[in-house]
Design a protein around this ligand. Structure first.
Ligand SMILES: CC(C)(COP(=O)(O)OP(=O)(O)OC[C@H]1O[C@@H](n2cnc3c(N)ncnc32)[C@H](O)[C@@H]1OP(=O)(O)O)[C@@H](O)C(=O)NCCC(=O)NCCS
Length: 188
C-alpha cells in the first residue's frame, strides 16, 4: 500500500465528540522547555518520518509560547508522558484562519487502548475557542489515525492532488460510513 499524503478538513467546530480520560491517565498542558518530552514520544511512535532533536523547534518556533496553551501531553497517574497532541493553527490558508490538529502520537506501549479519542476531544475543544474550522495533514497508511479523524468529523479534502487514488486505497482497508458514502456518490 502506498503512503499518500492527504489533507482532511472540518468546516465547522460543532458537535465535537467528548471522550472522557480513562482512570489512571491525565491530560495536561505542555510546559515551557518540554520539547524533549515531545521528541521522546514522537521518536517512539512515528513510523515514517525521521524525528531528529531539532524537529520540535523547527515545527513550533513560529510561536513557542503558544505551545503552553495549545499543546497537551497524555500522562499516566505516575507522571510518565505517553502521548502528545497539538491544537495548532495556520493564520492564512487562502486568506482564512484554520485550526490544525498537529503531530498526534501515542507511545506504542499504550496504543490500541482508545486513548487517542480523549486527546482529540481536548485538542478539538481548544481549537474551538479560537477557530471556526480546522484541518490536518496525514497519510494513507496511518489507518488508526485516519479512522480517528473520520470519527471526529474530518472529511477528505478531495481537491488535493492524487486524492482519489489515495482515498480509494484507504477505503480498500478501512470500512467507514463516510468513505462508503463518498464511494456511493462516485466521489472516490
Ligand atoms: C494515531 C495514534 C495516536 C492513534 O492511537 P491508537 O491508540 O493507536 O488508536 P486506537 O488503537 O484507539 O485506534 C483508533 C481507531 O482505529 C481503529 N483501528 C486501528 N487499527 C485499525 C485497522 N488496521 N483497521 C481498521 N481500524 C483500525 C481502532 O479500532 C480505533 O477505532 P475504535 O475506537 O472505533 O475502536 C497512534 O496510532 C500513533 O501514535 N501512531 C503513530 C503516529 C501517527 O501516525 N500519528 C498520526 C499522525 S497524523
Amino acid at each position: 500500500m502506498k503512503n499518500y499524503s492527504v489533507r482532511m478538513i472540518r468546516e465547522n467546530m460543532e458537535n465535537i465528540p467528548e471522550f472522557p480520560i480513562p482512570e489512571g491517565f491525565v491530560i495536561r498542558n505542555y510546559r515551557r522547555n518540554e520539547g524533549h518530552i515531545w521528541t521522546r514520544i514522537q521518536k517512539a511512535a512515528e513510523p515514517y518520518i525521521d524525528i531528529d532533536d531539532g524537529l520540535f523547534d523547527r515545527q513550533f518556533k513560529r510561536n513557542l509560547s503558544a505551545m503552553e496553551e495549545r499543546s497537551f501531553f497524555l500522562a499516566t497517574d505516575a507522571g510518565e508522558e505517553i502521548g502528545t497532541i497539538t491544537a495548532w493553527w495556520q493564520p492564512d490558508i487562502d486568506g482564512t484562519d484554520w485550526g490544525q490538529i498537529h503531530w498526534v502520537a501515542i507511545h506504542p506501549d499504550y496504543q490500541g487502548r482508545g486513548l487517542s479519542k480523549p486527546m482529540m476531544s481536548v485538542a478539538m475543544t481548544r481549537l474551538r475557542q479560537s477557530h471556526e474550522r480546522c484541518f490536518l495533514d496525514t497519510s494513507t497508511r496511518r489507518i488508526p489515525a485516519v479512522k480517528l479523524y473520520l470519527d471526529f468529523g474530518f472529511t477528505p479534502d478531495l481537491s488535493r492532488e492524487n486524492s482519489r487514488e489515495a482515498w480509494l486505497e484507504v477505503a480498500s482497508v478501512l470500512e467507514h460510513p463516510l468513505l462508503a458514502q463518498l464511494e456511493s456518490q462516485n466521489l472516490l
